[in-house]
Design a binder for this molecule. Structure first.
Ligand code: NDP
Ligand code: A1CAB
Length: 275
């Protein structure tokens, strides 16, 4: 079994650390380091091992998980160049916007890199995570990364050219969905429902809707209708009914176009950060 060394012990690292320990990785095989006290706090909370010196963590790790903010990655990798060259671990980066090619430029020659883009639902085991192997990583490396990330949700191997779009569709989109939930609940408040109750109602409606789309997509048997989201919209919209009235008003206000604009702005920002 692999020893995982996490550089950075913030929100995303915490989710993955908890996921892998819950999936059976011994706490002694999970090492944590960070700039201040987040690694020692997470170690105390989970039983993982705090390794104060990053070079010591690299020396003891089969997989180094880069879980710091993207702008910190260059200085971290530069300071660990000797330790990485000596140990040659698999480097699994979850940093947004940094391609495997750029990471490879910051790493010792022929370093094995896999890039992952999870989302914040990793904290509840429901991430949608994309994976891409760098030029020198092999199928076993990709499988090692997939196994780790599948402890926090679903995974998909994706061409790296599609990572910016994936970031919009899954990495950042939880914020868009939260915005939708907030707005829908506000509509409820405007109609007289207390906010907390409105949020609870909307949350279940959103969850149920997502599960319906998922069940339909998986439903390919004889009885399965495999309905698309557009089919499901039609199914909810009775002629002359309430739903179609609401949909028409949403589209008049530019709902779909606003969402597509949001996706395109996210993609543009991701590409700018990675440039
Ligand atoms: N949040 C999200 O939804 C998603 C985030 N990501 C990516 O995940 C990565 C981590 O994000 P997130 O967990 O939200 O970030 P956080 O801010 O929660 O955590 C960052 C961590 O980095 C540590 N750190 C900072 N500088 C150093 C350093 N020089 N050496 C070692 N550790 C350092 C911090 O330590 P300390 O606190 O002790 O100072 C902290 O533990 C980012 O690259 C982000 O792009 C990817 C997908 C989704
Ligand atoms: O916006 C960010 O920094 C990250 C990228 C994906 C989700 N959050």
């Amino acid at each position: 079994m692999a020893v995982y060394g996490f550089i950075g012990a913030g929100n995303m690292a915490e989710a993955i650390v908890r996921g892998t320990i819950a999936a059976g990785t011994p706490t002694t095989d999970v090492l944590l380091t960070s700039a201040h006290d987040s690694a020692s706090r997470l170690a105390a909370a989970t039983g993982a091992r705090h390794v104060p010196a990053p070079a010591d963590l690299v020396a003891a790790s089969d997989v180094v998980v880069l879980a710091v903010k993207p702008h910190v990655v260059p200085e971290v990798l530069e300071s660990l160049a000797d330790a990485l060259a000596a140990r040659r671990p698999l480097v699994l980066s979850i940093a947004a916007g940094l391609s495997t090619e750029r990471l490879a430029q910051m790493l010792p020659p022929r370093a094995r890199v896999v890039r992952a883009m999870p989302n914040m639902a990793a904290a509840v085991g429901q991430s949608m995570t994309a994976l891409a192997a760098g030029a020198t990583a092999d199928a076993a490396d990709l499988e090692t990364a997939r196994a780790l990330m599948s402890t926090v949700g679903r995974t998909v191997v994706l061409a790296e050219k599609d990572f910016s779009a994936f970031t919009a569709l899954a990495g950042s989109s939880p914020a868009f969905v939260f915005q939708f939930i907030e707005a829908l609940a506000r509509g409820g408040v405007a109609a007289g429902i207390p906010k907390a109750q409105a949020v609870q109602i909307v949350t279940q409606a959103v969850l149920g809707s997502a599960l319906t789309v998922q069940a339909e997509a998986a439903d390919t048997g004889d009885a399965g209708r495999g309905r698309t989201p557009a089919d499901l919209i039609d199914a909810v919209s009775s002629p002359g009914g309430t739903t179609v009235a609401g949909l028409v008003a949403l589209e008049r206000a530019g709902f779909s176009a606003a969402v597509v604009d949001g996706v395109q702005a996210t993609i543009a920002r991701d590409r700018a950060l990675g440039a």
